[in-house]
Write a protein that binds this ligand. Structure first.
Ligand code: F6R
Length: 611
């Protein structure tokens, strides 16, 4: 999704802006641009469609000590140079913007009447004209931005410069993340701290309503009431190591293979000899878990599927659990029972729909809010009573992989903690908990074993290269795993893929089965295996081709119509975490055959900060 970088320094900042944009590329974008105020106080604007490398080529003669830059993910207006940010007004003011301005039609009409020419189809252009207009009324840049944001409805993270104030960078935020990075006689802004890794370790996150005036040696922040405020200064722990491919062709492949290490980190310090420890989840965890009688979990995309798997665990342990997509939850009425814990799950911690759902939930009487998240200091983390981090490490590939499996591991540990309360206080750790803990410890090695299937999965992937559709089947907790497998395949290979609970086949989708419809099935050796086998027979009887990931003990064998890849026997609770890995690899290798842009699939963004 859109990214912002800005800088004010005593050196040429164009390389800092370009480098920052490259570091934000993983978020997904379709065009990029920068505006730099040069030594003659002229505003130099460069924009291009496609990669930041294109922008770099046309910016090699741009120099200056102040500037803003942007990667755009189109919402209003197609990806095109004139729609790319920065937007300018009278060639005096330049603005970069993340978010959506809802009253842009209204403002556009007023500004057209005042004679402002419009060059783009974006909602952002009204912001820059409005600032320009306020400056024409005699305001300095800071006060012009203050006046403008009062007139905006919607979400914004803004970076603003004007050639009339060549040492001043203005930042403003409401509903869209923005931070200030401190340097030595230079300061920066960014929508994500990873943009600033080489230039700044100290940073402050702006709060909603904040506006900051930033120069080389000063930062003044004003809150929504205009009062000057101090915001907490943090030290970033991000490093470049996490943003290197380390010999892998794609971040997605690297991240699939990192799952062994990532899960080890997720478990680190949270398991006792045969139990899940609660203290490492935070001081308030015990109290919050004690209050919890039931759960409401809200998330989007892959994070929603991890919640959907976890629902099977929670309910098996006697904890009522309802799971819902954030964008739906936001727009309906709710009945909240006493003692319901509101849980959000998010890799980025910045997903706008999830964030909006959390804000709404806080008004509805939930007992507490808990966030399962991968990114420290993200918006969801700040807004929740408690966060349990997944510790997946930085995920750059747009298609989530290690974020998903580490979410599942975290959720299983939470489920075990809540299960204890359902069973009653003062009990000894029982066999089930001991077994789950043992299996969790062995999970990194078990994932390593599944990764060893990669050569077979490459052979399997060749059957998908010329297909346009695929069906994924699973039952029980493996139904959401099938959904996650289908999502992975569709988002990176662009093959239309759908997932069904296998028992639903006969209620409609069976009509789709023929030799051109590969059917992928997840078949662990659980209590639903015999039912699943019957469903697979229904596919075979109609000439369908089956690709099955099965437990060695499932008794399923390859033949002319069926390709079976065996996974070592595993405890039922852990099985979903393991069975998603071959599906991730399958999607990756099919996408490789298709030649798609695997780490940055078309139209998608890593962090979805718009509605
Ligand atoms: C798919 C994927 C998305 C995200 C979704 C939520 O591979 O990554 O579906 O899961 O956009 O994002 P987070 O987890 O950051 O809230």
């Amino acid at each position: 999704m859109c990214g912002i970088v800005g800088a004010v320094a005593n050196r040429d900042i164009t390389p800092v802006l370009i480098d920052g944009l490259k570091r934000l590329e993983y978020r997904g974008y379709d065009s990029a641009g920068l505006a730099v105020i040069g030594s003659a106080h002229e505003l130099d604007l460069r924009r291009s469609v496609g990669r930041v490398a294109n922008l770099e080529k046309i910016s090699n003669n741009v120099n200056g000590h102040l500037g803003v830059a942007h990667t755009r993910w189109a919402t209003h207006g197609k990806p095109a140079e004139n729609n790319a940010h920065p937007h300018t007004s009278s060639h005096q003011v330049a603005v970069v913007h993340n978010g959506i301005i809802e009253n842009h039609h209204e403002l556009r009409t007023q500004q057209k009447a005042l004679g402002f020419p419009f060059r783009s189809e974006t909602d952002t252009e009204v912001i820059v004209h409005q600032i320009d207009w306020h400056m024409q009324q005699g305001h300095d840049l800071l006060n012009a931005v203050k006046a403008t944001v009062c007139e905006l409805h919607g979400a914004y993270g803004l970076g603003v410069v004007s050639k009339h104030e060549p040492g001043v960078l203005i930042a403003a935020r409401s509903g869209s993340p923005l931070l200030i990075g401190f340097g030595d006689n230079e300061n920066f802004i960014a929508s994500d701290m990873s943009a600033l890794i080489p230039v700044s370790q100290k940073y402050t996150v702006l709060e909603d309503g904040d506006i900051a005036k930033i120069t080389v040696n000063s930062v003044n922040i004003f809150d929504a009431q205009g009062k000057e405020v101090e915001r907490k200064v943090n030290i970033s722990t991000l490093s470049d190591d996490e943003t290197e491919l380390e010999g892998y062709a794609h971040f997605m492949k690297k991240e699939i293979h990192e799952q062994t290490r990532a899960i080890t980190e997720t478990l680190e310090g949270r398991l006792g000899s045969d139990s899940v420890l609660e203290l490492p989840f935070g001081d308030s965890a015990r109290e919050i878990f004690d209050r919890t009688k039931e759960l409401k979990i809200i998330a989007c995309g892959t994070s929603y599927y991890s919640a959907s798997v976890a629902r099977y665990w929670f309910e098996e342990f006697g904890i009522k659990c309802d799971v819902e997509i954030a964008s739906e939850y936001r727009y309906r009425k709710h009945v909240v029972n006493d003692g319901t814990l509101f849980m959000t799950i998010s890799q980025s911690g910045e997903t706008l729909d999830t964030m909006a759902a959390l804000e709404m939930a806080k008004t509805l009487g939930y007992s507490n809010t808990l966030c399962v998240c991968n990114v420290p200091e993200s918006s969801l983390v700040r807004a929740s009573d408690l966060t349990i981090f997944t510790h997946a490490g930085r995920e750059i590939g747009v298609a989530s992989t290690k974020a998903f499996t580490t979410q599942l591991v975290t959720l299983l540990m939470i489920a075990i903690c809540l299960r204890r309360r359902m069973l009653g206080d003062g009990r000894e750790v029982d066999t089930l908990e001991k077994d789950v803990v043992k299996e969790l410890r062995s999970l990194p090695q078990q994932i390593e074993n599944v990764l060893d299937l990669e050569e077979d999965i490459i052979s399997m992937s060749k059957h998908f290269g010329n297909k346009e559709n695929a069906l994924f089947l699973g039952r029980g907790a493996h139904f959401p795993i099938a959904m996650e497998g289908a999502l992975k395949l569709k988002e990176i290979s662009y093959i239309h893929a759908e997932a069904y609970a296998a028992g639903e086949l006969k209620h409609g989708p069976l009509a789709l089965i023929d030799e051109d419809m590969p059917v992928v099935a997840v078949a662990p050796n659980d209590e639903l295996l015999e039912k699943l086998k019957s469903n697979l027979e229904e596919v075979r009887a109609r000439g369908g081709k089956l690709f099955v990931f099965a437990d060695v003990e499932s008794g399923l064998e390859s033949d002319a119509e069926t390709m079976v890849l065996n996974v070592a026997p595993v405890n039922n609770y852990i099985a979903p975490i393991l069975y998603v890995v071959p599906l991730q690899l399958l999607a990756y290798h099919v996408a490789l055959i298709k030649g798609t842009d695997i780490d940055k699939p078309r139209n998608l963004a890593k962090s979805v900060t718009v509605e």
